[in-house]
Design a protein around this ligand. Structure first.
Ligand code: NAD
Ligand code: IPM
Ligand code: MN
Length: 350
């Protein structure tokens, strides 16, 4: 029996994860579920944002369904004890360097998108975000300058092997889709990005069928709003990918709609699946959160880690049907509660 670890975390994490689990259970796939404490809940319940038992569970599992971590009450803790360290630690410990963040406009959501419907209409893209390197994982600290000023620093670095493996995933994805790959960097300013660009060009020689377009990150942000239909697969570093995926989410209606998969291998290996959003303390505990991103993340788990593409398709079709039928949480301009939205998806499964 496949084992799925449920790490619900903080804020709306448990609310949206409960709906995703309900959908998985309704499909009756013979999955074993085991819950673990993580984030602020881990710190309070077991003294650490990523308790050893939770890391062990994630390593034993065939897939991890993750909610969100982050708790304003923990913001004053030393960094190592903050909830966010749990997700960074899981990504690093499990070697999950490839983060797929698909952004697709569901039929009927044109009115919810922050763009004009005619601009939003064609969006069907994947942001491929490198997830275990960049400024997130470089040397960091607080020091005192020669002038006696406090100075914070975070080193941005990528080695060529890290760039090569994510670039290969980007080209492989492009080959399965529209054979068009945008690589986003800041090579006009950053040495890290110049190496990124050079290595992506090297990998490109093995994929002559793929049209490769390099784009600076600031322009990419603008182009995502101006003409998002030009993008199909966009490969980029950890920080640019974080920012651009939140931006892409509003192009298709809500941050509550974007799932993600964090992988070390394309298929068959344990991956971590989570909505791209956070713990949303402003709406936590009110039943207002949109569970679609979490539910769609469960579909990605079935597809990439459990080799169950048919039930994955069924979930995605059910979400599309619920949306097309007018089901809307408040972020989409509606009034449904989190669990009522879950009900609407379940109805689509039947
Ligand atoms: P956030 O994504 O939690 O929320 C941003 C805004 O989007 C809020 O107004 C929120 O209400 C709304 N929102 C988010 N998800 C929604 C959903 N499913 N349905 C409806 N509305 C939704 O980002 P933030 O406020 O910058 O961060 C809050 C906390 O979450 C912080 O502690 C942050 O570090 C953490 N965080 C964690 C993850 C993660 O666990 N992977 C991701 C992002 C942020
Ligand atoms: C995300 C989040 C995380 C990130 C934080 C919580 C560490 O914003 O998953 O998008 O920056 O990767
Ligand atoms: Mn983010």
């Amino acid at each position: 029996m496949p084992l799925v670890a449920i790490l619900a975390g903080d804020g709306i994490g448990p609310e949206v994860t409960a709906e995703a689990r309900r959908v998985l259970e309704a499909l009756d796939l013979g999955i074993d579920f085991e819950e673990g404490l993580v984030g602020g809940a881990g710190y309070r319940g077991a003294g650490h944002p990523l308790p050893p038992a939770t890391l062990d569970l994630a390593k034993r599992a065939d897939g991890v369904l993750f909610g969100a971590v982050g708790d304003p009450a923990c913001d004053a803790l030393e960094r190592a004890m903050r909830p966010e360290q749990a997700i960074l630690g899981l990504r690093k410990e499990l070697g999950l360097f490839a983060n797929l963040r698909p952004a697709t406009l569901f039929e009927g959501l044109e009115d919810a998108a922050a763009l004009r419907p005619d601009v939003a209409r064609d969006i069907d893209m994947v942001i491929l975000r490198e997830l275990t390197g960049d400024v997130y994982f470089g040397e960091k600290g607080l020091r005192t300058t020669g002038e006696g000023l406090r100075q914070g620093y975070d080193v941005m670095a990528y080695d060529e092997a890290e760039v090569r493996r994510i670039a290969i995933v980007g080209f492989e994805m492009a080959m399965r889709r529209k054979k068009r790959l945008h690589s986003v960097d800041k090579a006009n300013v950053l040495e890290t990005s110049q190496l990124w660009r050079d290595v992506v060009n090297e990998v490109a020689t093995g994929y002559p069928e793929v049209a490769l377009i390099h784009m600076y990150a600031d322009n990419a942000a603008m182009q995502l709003v101006r003409h998002p239909g030009q993008f199909d697969v966009m490969v980029t570093g950890n920080m640019f990918g974080d920012i651009l995926s939140d931006l892409a989410s509003m192009c298709v209606g809500s941050i509550g709609m974007l799932p993600s998969a964090a992988l070390r291998e394309w298929a068959g290996a344990c991956g971590l699946y989570e909505p791209i959003h956070g713990s949303a303390p402003d709406i936590a505990g009110q039943g207002k959160a949109n569970p679609c991103a979490a539910i769609l993340s469960a579909a990605m788990l079935l597809r990439h880690s459990l080799d169950m593409p048919e039930p994955a398709d069924r979930i995605e079709t059910a979400v599309a049907a619920a949306i097309a039928g007018g089901a809307r949480t408040p972020d989409l301009g509606g009034t449904l509660s989190t669990s009522a939205m879950g009900d609407a998806v379940l109805a689509g499964l039947a």
